[in-house]
Design a protein around this ligand. Structure first.
Ligand code: ATP
Ligand code: MG
Length: 665
């Protein structure tokens, strides 16, 4: 075992799930799973007898118009169909069946960007909105199997739109409404969408975004687009409107009946396509199917997050990401719970918004990316103290490794040691968590995403030989040996690229692109993307670990490590670090020294960064991931080859970085 996974596991002790978990329900509800042993038994069943396991789950949780013949066919390999010959409709499962039983129950709590604005949408109202929107689609000629682009902010109409699209058997392609016109254009054209749903403007952090103008710009180069349906968010009079193409949402929906029946689709019919966030290159439109995706959404929500129909789920993620698809929209609604849809940022007008929302709506589950947690931790705990967060039972993170100190803070300060911290590993490709603890039952280690979820058999592969490394205390490439219901079935209209990307690199395995370690106790640790591995004098180092060591320094807010070519050592480590507010210039040199010492001590002398750049901001994707690729290119003087930076949340920091590197290095 190499030095660095010792750093990851041996210093870290196991945190037992909070005992209070089982006492927390005032309504006396019992958790779905009562012990870790029960998880292990069910897990074994999900792998050994997938047909039995998934048949039961699927029949229990979804309403089928026509029952399926078999849950998984064939039982082996990766080219499986799930819930074969079944027929169902996603909007029926997420909306109708709850609306009929309980029309006045809140489906969506919409919290607007400005505090005190927003509204609650009941299941009855959501059904009506969905049905009316479905008739807009029918009226403009959208048919089963067509794709519809959705470029909308976080408002309830966005959920109604995606439900309307799946109600008629069409396929939604949601594009994050912060993406540029170029990124939107490419996605509309790749999917050949003929209709775009959007808003006049969006509002985030107190500022208006010219959403409709961006769409107009994009569709100049999308000849197939016939109509744009515009939801009036702000009513700004200057927003361009072309009556030949554009339709107002509010004028359209009143033309139609409050109910239209859902279309029965086949289990394997596509539900949506979604482009990966693009941290590494040309985005891929991953295709998710109706039944498999929905079954997995429900069972992960149920077992990982312990979501009951009585719960209020707050996933602070945009609907433009897979997390938003599954945990803002599909999973909470399929269960019949209440979902909180927050339009704004974590810090506008103050860094108290999340805590305020949790307190006001008595949220029971909270799910967010580590980047937001770092920001809020940095803002200071006085923002949290006034709020009652005691209703929370499960606190999730996803999207990046969570540094142990942020994990501890989440556990101590937010959960107050009473809720389970769930570090879940997913990809756009996986449709739901594939590794992650189960709330209340799985023992935890800060920084580890613990164990595989049902149906997912993990393997750690030797990067050179491709052989599986069995047993514990191994490190290599994370791959999967089996498929599960919500694995993406193809890249949109490019099955070959799907095979090339995921199945060719290591035959017989699904290749994740991430490095991972399994420690002495069998816990999994994600070590970052394989292309984020730095090789110094033959030592394979994960950037995530170097970053974690640097983040231990109390002065550090964020850090990124990359490898660049070095004559002597093959590669050398370079770190970029942003500091917390209040660190004085005099303290900087001392802090740099401390950071180097920590890395030397915890990982090894070879891992110590050759250079540490102190920066204001690190380049990040809109979903909050640090784009190390950009840092690498800048360091090697290839700033002309940065690719499309329009998908960055802070493109302005790129020029600052180029200048800094040029002047000091
Ligand atoms: P692209 O594939 O286009 O480069 P992307 O991989 O960033 O984009 P996503 O599918 O949104 O797009 O992100 C999945 C990736 O996020 C994983 O492959 C992994 O690198 C990272 N990730 C997700 N969850 C975790 C987690 N809990 N711990 C560590 N890393 C995680
Ligand atoms: Mg990816």
């Amino acid at each position: 075992m190499s030095h660095h996974d010792e750093h990851l596991s041996e210093n870290v002790s196991i945190v037992q799930p909070p005992v209070n978990f089982f006492k927390k329900r005032p309504d006396g509800l019992e958790p779905y799973i009562k012990s870790f042993e029960e998880y292990q038994t069910l897990y074994q069943q999900s792998i050994r007898e997938p047909n039995k396991f998934y048949s039961e789950q699927a029949r229990e949780h979804l309403t089928w118009f026509k029952d399926f013949d078999i849950a998984k066919w064939p039982e082996h390999g990766f080219e499986n169909s799930w819930f074969v010959n079944g027929e169902l409709n996603a909007s029926y499962n997420c909306v109708d069946r709850h609306a009929f039983k309980n029309p006045d129950k809140p489906a969506i709590i919409y919290e607007g960007d400005e505090p005190g604005t927003g509204r609650t949408v009941t299941y009855g109202e959501l059904l009506e909105l969905t049905c009316r929107a479905a008739q807009i689609l029918i009226n403009i000629g959208i048919k089963k199997g067509d794709t519809v682009a959705v470029y909308l902010p976080m408002v309830p109409e966005t959920i109604a739109t995606i439900m309307a699209i799946n109600r008629i058997g069409a396929i939604h392609s949601v594009v994050f409404a912060g993406f540029s016109a170029t990124a939107l254009r490419d996605r509309i054209n790749d999917a050949k969408s003929t209709v775009v749903f959007t808003a006049d403007q969006s509002v985030r952090g107190g500022r208006a975004v010219e959403t409709k103008r961006i769409v107009d710009q994009a569709i100049k180069e999308c000849p197939q687009v016939k109509n744009v349906v515009v939801f009036k968010r702000t009513g700004d009079k200057s927003v361009p409107f072309d009556p030949k193409i554009d339709l107002w949402w509010h004028e359209e929906i009143i033309k139609y009946k409050p109910y239209v029946p859902p279309v029965a689709v086949n289990s394997e019919d596509p539900l949506y396509l979604l482009y990966t966030s693009g941290s590494t290159g040309k985005p891929k439109g991953l295709v998710h199917t109706t039944a498999g995706y929905l079954v997995n959404a429900v069972i992960s929500a149920k077992y990982v997050f312990d979501i009951h129909p009585e719960d209020t789920v707050f996933t602070a993620a945009d609907i433009g990401w897979v997390l938003g698809h599954t945990y803002v929209a599909y999973a909470p609604l399929a269960i019949g719970a209440t979902t909180v849809m927050y339009e704004g940022t974590p810090v506008y007008p103050t860094p108290t918004r999340f805590w305020d929302i949790i307190d006001d709506y008595k949220c029971t589950q909270f799910y967010v990316a580590p980047t937001a947690l770092r920001l809020l931790k940095r803002a200071g705990d006085h923002h949290i103290a006034p709020y009652d967060l005691s209703t929370l039972r499960a606190l999730g993170t996803v999207g990046e490794p969570i540094a142990p100190d942020v994990w501890e803070w989440y556990y101590e300060t937010i959960s107050r040691k009473k809720a389970s911290i769930l570090d879940t590993f997913w990809q756009t490709e996986t449709g739901g968590p594939v590794l992650g603890p189960l709330a209340g039952v799985t023992p935890l280690k800060p920084g580890s995403c613990s164990f595989p979820f049902f149906g997912v058999e993990c393997a750690i592969l030797d990067p050179q030989s491709g052989e599986e490394l069995t047993g514990n205390e191994v490190e290599g490439i994370l791959a999967f040996k089996t498929s599960w219901p919500s694995i993406a079935r193809t890249v949109w209209k490019d099955y070959n690229r799907y095979l090339e990307t995921y199945f060719k690199p290591f035959p017989g395995y699904f290749f994740t692109g991430d490095g991972a370690a399994r420690d002495k106790d069998g816990f999994f640790w994600i070590l970052g993307r394989v292309d984020d591995v730095v090789n110094v004098s033959g030592h394979r180092l994960s950037t995530a670990e170097i970053e974690a060591a640097i983040l231990e320094n109390p002065a550090v807010a964020e850090s990124a490590a990359v490898g660049i070519p070095n004559d002597l050592t093959g590669q050398a480590v370079i770190s970029f670090v942003s500091l917390k507010a209040g660190v004085t210039p005099e303290q900087i040199e001392k802090t740099k020294l401390e950071m180097r010492m920590t890395v030397r001590k915890e990982i090894g002398p070879f891992a110590a960064p050759k250079e540490i750049f102190i920066v204001d901001d690190l380049p990040k994707t809109r979903s909050g991931k640090i784009m190390r690729r950009i840092l690498r290119k800048i360091l090697v003087g290839e700033e002309d080859q940065l690719g499309d930076v329009s998908t960055l949340s802070n493109p302005q920091c790129v020029d600052d970085l180029i200048n800094l590197v040029k002047t000091t290095y």
